[in-house]
Design a protein around this ligand. Structure first.
Ligand SMILES: [Zn+2]
Ligand SMILES: [Zn+2]
Length: 372
């Protein structure tokens, strides 16, 4: 059976802050590519930020669905197979992939002055109003179908629901991976987590799975802290308006760690002004990790790096798909990694605007678009 061009709805950003749901044309998969019928797609702050990237852009970089058709030469995948999509697509052969740093793949990420390193590294032609359409992170999951390189999909085990697994490929991987890969949190360690949103809650889950003894959740919102405690935080600190300099917070974290500070302090708020706050929460010789991908200027008093502290900015939890996704699936199956309760809202694709509003106002936790 030969696959033909498909037409379906997709969310297309106009490059100046707006978007619309419109029909697009999706080509059949070429050699080494697969076409995926999307079932569900996670909504992330990055999707909202991407509304003002150069457009037009087909939105969405988290998602899961089933293989609809296979291009020539694709091995190990079958039509109908449920798969998870992964936005940091490793090529397997570049400098970074060769040293095991798949999430930094040079053929997938922008190198060379902002141009894509290798146009062959991203698959598929999607057209909109007769012109080729860029897709968010070479995926474009806010659509009925997407064509991707086969390396962008990971088969999902049959016992993990596709419309729950769809969030594994961004917030969960970033949070858990930052703990187990980047920080390598050891059993008995102490951890502090600034911000208990989609990424922060998964830092907390990762720390619990790693066996951390002290896990301090920090947020402004009481309900988020309650969720953090249900997912494994041993202590919760609600940030106070009268503590703008964070002195009370730093003192509270010290008090819980013999006056020393934690072994690993994570920033997961996305607020540039908080990017260096983990340095004040970490002990001498400890780690401060900025895992939110915050952009913008921030200043640091250099003595906060004293002494022997490490400041790390792991991308996507250092994800190596072939190593990390099977491990996440295992933890989900054993009930150690909770997914369902992270998803607070579901919307049809046409209500993406509402999903953005609810996310920005804090009414929703993690939102999912139910596509099919
Ligand atoms: Zn994301
Ligand atoms: Zn590569």
């Amino acid at each position: 059976m030969t696959a033909g061009i498909l037409r379906g709805p997709a969310a297309v950003a106009d490059g100046s802050g707006g978007f619309s749901i419109e029909g697009v044309e999706i080509d059949p998969p070429g050699p080494g590519e697969v076409r995926v019928a999307l079932r569900a797609a996670g909504v992330c702050h990055t999707d909202h930020a991407s509304l003002s990237w150069a457009g037009p852009l087909l939105l969405g970089h988290e998602g899961a669905g089933c293989i609809e058709s296979l291009g020539d030469g694709v091995q190990g995948l079958a039509v109908g197979q449920p798969v998870l999509l992964n936005w940091a697509i490793p090529c397997g052969v570049c400098f970074q992939c060769s040293r095991g740093a798949d999430s930094l793949c040079e053929r997938t990420h922008e190198v060379d002055g902002g141009r894509l390193g290798d146009s062959r590294a991203h698959a598929g032609a999607t057209r909109w109003r007769g012109q080729a359409l860029e897709r968010s992170f070479h995926l474009g999951t806010f659509a009925s179908h997407t064509v991707v390189r086969a390396e962008a999909v990971t088969p999902l085990p049959p016992d993990i629901a596709v419309d729950v697994a769809c969030i594994l490929g961004c917030a969960v991987m970033t949070g858990v991976g930052s703990v187990v890969n980047a920080a390598a949190v050891a059993r008995g360690a102490s951890v502090a987590v600034l911000g208990c949103g989609g990424v922060g809650l998964n830092v907390i889950q990762g720390a619990r799975i790693a066996g951390a003894r002290t896990i301090i959740a920090i947020d402004r919102v009481a309900e988020r802290l309650e969720h953090a405690v249900r997912l494994g935080a041993t202590h919760a600190w609600q940030v106070r308006d009268d503590d703008a300099e964070h002195r009370l917070l730093v003192a509270a974290v010290r008090a819980l760690t013999d006056g020393r500070g934690v072994d690993h302090a994570f920033e997961a708020t996305g607020v540039p002004a908080l990017a260096f706050l983990p340095l004040r929460l970490a002990r001498n010789g400890g780690d401060a990790l900025q895992v939110s991908g915050a952009h913008g200027p921030a200043t640091v008093e250099l003595t906060q790096l004293f002494w022997n502290k490490r400041y790390l900015t792991p991308l996507y939890g250092g994800c190596v798909p072939a190593r990390d996704f099977p491990r996440l699936f295992d933890w989900v199956r054993r009930g150690e990694l909770e997914l369902a309760s992270l998803i607070t809202h579901r919307y049809p694709l046409e209500r993406l605007g509402q999903a953005f509003d609810d996310m920005l106002t804090g009414r929703s936790g993690k939102s999912v678009l139910q596509i099919a």
